[in-house]
Design a protein around this ligand. Sequence first.
Ligand code: GLV
Ligand code: MN
Ligand code: MN
Ligand code: MN
Length: 422
Amino acid sequence: GPVDGFLEGHAGLRIDGARLLDRLEELAKIGADPAGGITRLGLSAQENAAMAYLRDLCAEAGLATETDPAGNLLVHRPRTRREAAPVLLVGSHVDTVVQGGRLDGAYGVIAALEVLQVLHENDVDLPVEMVAVAFANEEGALIQTPFWGSRALCGSLEDGLAAEDRAGRPVSAYLAQAGGSPERLADAAWSPGAIAAYLELHIEQGPSLERLGVPIGVVDGIVGRTILDIDVVGEAQHAGTTPMADRRDAMVAAAEIILAVQRIATEDAVCATATTGYLEAHPNVTNTITGTVRLTVEVRDTDPAKLVRGEAAVRSECARVSAASGCAVEARASMRSRSVSTAPPLRDAVRGAADTLGLPHLTMPSGAGHDAQIVALVAPIGMIFVPSKRGISHAPGEDTAPADLVHGANVLLHSVLGAQTA
Ligand code: GLV
Ligand code: MN
Ligand code: MN
Ligand code: MN
């Protein structure tokens, strides 16, 4: 066939490690938070600045860029017409959580650009053309729609324009600033079959690879997740005059819910993880009993049945706390993402790449969410992990050894080459 000898011909190809590390350092300056870490929220001015930095890199490298109506940055070689044929899509995101790390998402995007640039510089003709992507707003930290960009590109962004920030400012206001287009948002969706495969390189964000001393993770599946927005409504009242027995204290009810949420994934083992991450108290005053609390609870599991049971357990705890406290408790699912499996041929491509480079590898699941799990609904996906120092992520201490970052990008390069024959 046309790909006979293709892999052998490129076995010696390597990415430019120094260039990769330099760019990661430059990108980390965008949205650097004086309070620590990086705050580069999806569709904010900081994410826009990061996208502009990427466009500059691409222009210097002679790569063509395009920002789609959802604010996603797409990068391809100048002579490629991605509309013409299915593409091998490779990328991740450059937005962060509040005070997040410098590698979650950013690493996968910078590495994808590096791979594309090396293929371009070496004039490597690919049977299936590669397009690099920086998906907009993966985290959903500002506009409450995680996987915004990948959902838009994959045609699963339902009611996208209803998304807003916590102050109620609509996404359309942000989108125009991001080079997207609220009017043409639906046009961000690629036609069915346009993606031949998707590859994403990411830090593990957990401790497994480091503990086992293995440089490469071959991801076999990604957890599903349900996010519940919960409102607890009690009664704001004077903290000195209201007898303890007469109170409907939303703060205390919220505390009961928070502890119950923890129990659901520990003692009760209903699902893999359960987390209360966001909490907002009103009026948030020392000498007033709290009237209302808004919090978010998320549950995760690779088993869809356990995910459903986890959500049901949270809801039943909310009902129990409501009855016991006299506070009204309302829970609304604001996001559901399905657990997915990676495609065996792409796992094999990643293993083959690691073997070519003499790097030990381990097959493992992902406890974090990724754009890959959205793409998985329309195309085969593969994911590569590199170790995270002390397993830290979504925090300023997020880090990975430079040598591991370079290894991972080389595995991505050879996975792209290997996927051509998969
Ligand atoms: C994605 O960043 C997640 O929260 O897993
Ligand atoms: Mn993240
Ligand atoms: Mn990420
Ligand atoms: Mn919300």
